[in-house]
Design a protein around this ligand. Structure first.
Ligand SMILES: *[C@@H]1O[C@H](CO)[C@@H](O)[C@H](O)[C@H]1NC(C)=O
Ligand SMILES: *[C@@H]1O[C@H](CO)[C@@H](O)[C@H](O)[C@H]1NC(C)=O
Ligand SMILES: *[C@@H]1O[C@H](CO)[C@@H](O)[C@H](O)[C@H]1NC(C)=O
Ligand SMILES: *[C@@H]1O[C@H](CO)[C@@H](O)[C@H](O)[C@H]1NC(C)=O
Ligand SMILES: *[C@@H]1O[C@H](CO)[C@@H](O)[C@H](O)[C@H]1NC(C)=O
Length: 384
C-alpha cells in the first residue's frame, strides 16, 4: 500500500514534469512560429465576431483628458496647401528632423508634386510630418531663440520647399502616436476635402503612377469606408521588455490587437480620415505604436482594413519589371531610391503588357520571386 502510494506520487511527479516541459516547449515554439501561418489561422475566425467592442469602451476617456495628445502647437505649418484645389491624395511622410537626405530623395523622385501633376495629371500633396529635434526639445527655454541647430536648418529647408509640418513634441519613436494624431488633425483643419490620405515611412518607395491609377479607379464610383495596406490580423502585443514594440499590460491589457495595417504605408478615404480624427478626440492615446493605435481608432468607428497584396509591410520588393508593373509600396529604401524610381517608371515596364506570352512570363517570374517564405508580397500576388 505504502509502496504503491509512493510509486503513484513518483508517477504523478513525472507526469507533472513532462507536462511542464511540453507546455514550455510549446510556448517557446509558438513565439518562433512563422507569424504568417499563425495569423492566417487566426484571421479565418476573425470575421466571425468582433471581440474588440470592449476595447473601445475602456479606452474612451473624457475629451479634456484626450486633448493632451493633440493640443500641441504647429511650429511649421502650411495652411493654404490645399486651398482651392481638387486634391486626390494628401500624403504624409513620417520623418525625423535629421533625415534631410531622405526627404531630398523623395522630393526628387516619387514625391515630386510637379512631376505627378504634369505626367500623371493628378494633384497629390506631399508633406513631411515631424516633431522637435532632441537638441531643441531639451534646450532650456532661454536659449531657444539662438544657435544654428537642427531646428534652424529645418526652418530653412521648409522655406525652400514649403512642405514640413511640425508640432512641438519631441520627435521620438515613443511619440509616433502623437505624430499620427497630428496628421489627422492637420487634414481635418487644412485639407479636409482631399479624397484620400496616406501615411508612410520615410524609407518607403511608392510607385506613384500605379498608386494614382489605383486611387482614381477607387474614387471614380465614389469611395467610402476605404482603408488599404498590408493587414496584420490578430497580432498579439509583445510582452518582451527587451523589444522595441514592448507594450505593458497597463497600456493594453488584451491578448490581441484589432486588425491594422503596417505603418510602412497605408491609405484611407477622406470620410474615414475624418472619423478617425473624431475618434482621436476621445481615446486614450498612450499606446505608442502608431499603427496599432490607428487600428484601435478604426475599430471604434467600425472600419476594417482591406489587404492589397502589393502594399509592403517590411522588406524590399524584388527588383523586376514584372513587379514594377503592379507594385504600390516597397519598404526599406534609402540609397537605391533614385535608381529604383528610374527603373520602375521606365517606359519599357509597360511594354508588352496584356499579351498572353507576357502574362505567362510575368506569372512565372512572380511565382519564383514571391512564393517563398518571408518575402515582401504574399505568394498570391503572383496570380493577380
Ligand atoms: C491648447 O493649447 C493652446 C496653446 O497651445 C492653449 O491656449 C489652449 O488653452 C489649449 N487648450 C486646451 C483645452 O488645453
Ligand atoms: C520635379 O519634376 C519637375 C518636372 O518633371 C522637374 O522640373 C523638377 O526638377 C523636379 N524636381 C526635383 C526636385 O527633382
Ligand atoms: C513626447 O513628447 C513630449 C513633448 O515634447 C515629451 O515631453 C515626451 O518626453 C516625449 N515622449 C517620449 C517618450 O519621447
Ligand atoms: C491612459 O492609459 C494609461 C496607460 O497606458 C494610463 O496610465 C492613463 O491613466 C490612462 N489615461 C486616462 C485618462 O485614463
Ligand atoms: C465607441 O465608443 C464611443 C464612446 O463610448 C461610442 O460613441 C461609439 O459608438 C463606440 N463605437 C463602437 C463601434 O462601439
Amino acid at each position: 500500500m505504502f509502496v504503491k502510494l509512493r510509486r503513484m506520487r513518483k508517477c504523478y511527479r513525472l507526469q507533472l514534469l513532462t507536462t511542464c516541459l511540453v507546455v514550455s516547449l510549446v510556448m517557446v515554439c509558438w513565439q518562433e512560429l512563422d507569424g504568417n501561418m499563425v495569423s492566417h489561422i487566426k484571421s479565418y475566425s476573425s470575421y466571425l465576431i468582433n471581440p474588440f467592442a470592449y476595447i473601445n469602451q475602456s479606452l474612451t476617456i473624457p475629451r479634456e483628458q484626450a486633448r493632451r495628445f493633440s493640443n500641441f502647437s504647429f511650429l511649421l505649418d502650411h495652411r493654404g496647401k490645399c486651398t482651392g484645389q481638387d486634391v486626390l491624395l494628401l500624403l504624409f511622410i513620417k520623418t525625423s528632423p535629421e533625415n534631410s537626405e531622405r526627404r531630398k530623395a523623395i522630393r526628387s523622385t516619387w514625391g515630386n508634386e510637379t512631376y505627378i501633376q504634369s505626367a500623371l495629371g493628378a494633384t497629390v500633396k506631399v508633406v513631411f510630418a515631424l516633431g522637435l529635434p532632441r537638441t531643441r526639445a531639451e534646450e532650456p527655454t532661454w536659449s531657444k531663440r539662438s544657435g544654428h541647430g537642427l531646428q534652424e536648418q529645418l526652418v530653412l529647408e521648409d522655406r525652400l520647399h514649403g512642405d514640413l509640418i511640425q508640432q512641438d513634441f519631441l520627435d521620438s519613436f515613443h511619440n509616433l502616436t502623437l505624430k499620427l494624431i497630428m496628421q489627422f488633425r492637420w487634414m481635418h483643419s487644412r485639407c479636409a476635402h482631399a479624397r484620400f490620405l496616406m501615411t508612410a515611412d520615410d524609407d518607403i518607395f511608392i510607385h506613384m503612377p500605379n498608386l494614382v491609377r489605383y486611387l482614381r479607379e477607387a474614387s471614380s464610383s465614389g469611395v467610402s469606408d476605404f482603408w488599404v495596406g498590408r493587414v496584420h490580423s490578430w497580432a498579439p502585443p509583445i510582452r518582451d521588455k527587451e523589444s522595441k514594440y514592448y507594450v505593458s499590460h497597463d497600456m493594453y491589457e488584451w491578448s490581441w490587437y484589432p486588425d491594422y495595417t503596417a505603418g510602412a504605408g497605408y491609405v484611407v478615404s477622406g470620410d474615414v480620415a475624418d472619423r478617425i480624427y473624431q475618434a482621436t478626440l476621445t481615446l486614450n492615446a498612450s499606446i505608442y505604436i502608431d499603427d496599432v493605435f490607428m487600428g484601435i481608432c478604426a475599430n471604434a468607428i467600425g472600419v476594417a482594413p482591406r489587404e492589397h497584396v502589393f502594399f509592403a509591410g517590411e522588406r524590399k520588393a524584388p527588383y523586376h519589371l514584372c513587379i514594377y508593373r503592379q507594385m504600390m509600396t516597397s519598404h526599406g529604401h534609402v540609397d537605391d531610391i533614385y535608381e529604383l524610381w528610374r527603373a520602375a517608371t521606365h517606359p519599357r515596364v509597360e511594354r508588352g503588357v496584356g499579351g498572353l506570352m507576357d502574362r505567362l512570363y510575368c506569372t512565372a517570374v512572380k511565382i519564383s520571386l514571391l512564393c517563398r517564405p518571408y518575402f515582401t508580397y504574399p505568394c498570391k500576388a503572383a496570380f493577380s
